[in-house]
Design a protein around this ligand. Structure first.
Ligand SMILES: [Zn+2]
Length: 280
């Protein structure tokens, strides 16, 4: 009897332990069927060769006849480009009193670039660079466009962009010419000048691209302009240079990368500022 009682007691001790084991097993089973645990968390990755952190959406904004800027679009950080070459500035060519304006980072980069070519000048005989035209407001562009039309019997010859379509309105586009061209009408012959060849090869090191390259005229729909530099920041300029792109092609690639990222479940907040859509 005593032995039976002992067995009974032992059972009493074992049973709760056994019954406690069951919820554990159930919990394990439950986890397997947990809808949250069952679906792997998809972390869409940014596969584009230029990292999002390396691009400033404002610096890569596209302005052309299909991506028109609003007439009110004006960058907030425009500064007068310093004119003293000794301080790394760039010589003036037009309206030195008023001062040519560019966005701060672009103006600084232009001065850096000018200093670099001047450093090479004693050895290679480069002439000083002149900033012929920098920021232009929508209304200034409108006046220029209408003047060009009048001069050209109402025909748009592709030399002056229509208002909203000018890269100069971004405050990041600038016409930089060798000093012997400062009073000459600009044309593609300027491309042969050693200063322009230097700029074409080195401007990316300072964050610039040649905005209207000769081999991209069909895409940009703008005649080649070896003097028109556009600031986009060093990582983007380097990518564009290494892959021989124009800004239109870069924009197309980037917008596709954004679409792919979003389709893969990427965080819209991370890429929202980079989204650009045509205005026509
Ligand atoms: Zn220009």
């Amino acid at each position: 009897m005593k032995r039976i009682a002992c067995l009974f007691l032992a059972l009493l001790l074992i049973l709760p332990a056994a019954s406690m084991a069951e919820p554990d097993e159930e919990e394990l089973d439950f986890e397997e069927f947990d809808p949250d645990a069952g679906i792997p968390v998809s972390e869409a990755s940014w596969d584009f060769p230029v990292a999002l952190e390396d691009m400033n959406p404002e610096y890569i904004i596209l302005a052309n006849k299909h991506y028109l800027l609003d007439r009110k679009y004006a960058p907030k950080d425009l500064v007068k480009v310093p004119s003293k070459p000794k301080e790394g500035g760039i010589y003036w060519a037009v309206k030195p009193k008023d001062g040519q304006k560019l966005r701060k980072e672009c103006a600084d980069a232009l001065c850096e670039m000018n200093r670099a070519i001047m450093d090479d000048a004693p050895e290679y005989g480069y002439r000083a660079l002149y900033l012929k035209s920098a920021y232009r407001s929508y209304s200034t562009q409108k006046t220029m466009y209408n003047n060009r039309l009048k001069k050209n019997h109402g025909k748009d010859d592709g030399w002056v962009s229509r208002p909203g379509a000018s890269d100069h309105q971004t405050g990041l586009g600038c016409d930089v010419v060798p000093s012997n061209w400062k009073d000459r009408a600009m044309n593609e012959k300027m491309m042969k000048e050693p200063e322009c060849q230097w700029m074409a090869e080195h401007c990316y090191e300072f964050g610039f691209i040649i905005r209207y390259p000769q081999d991209k005229q069909e895409i940009t729909e703008i005649n080649t302009e070896p003097w028109h530099l556009r600031y986009v920041g060093i990582p983007v300029a380097t990518y564009i240079w290494e892959n021989n792109l124009c800004l239109e092609e870069f924009t197309e690639q980037l917008q596709q990368a954004i679409q792919d990222y979003l389709d893969a479940g990427g965080d819209r907040a991370k890429v929202e500022a980079f989204i650009q859509t045509p205005t026509d």
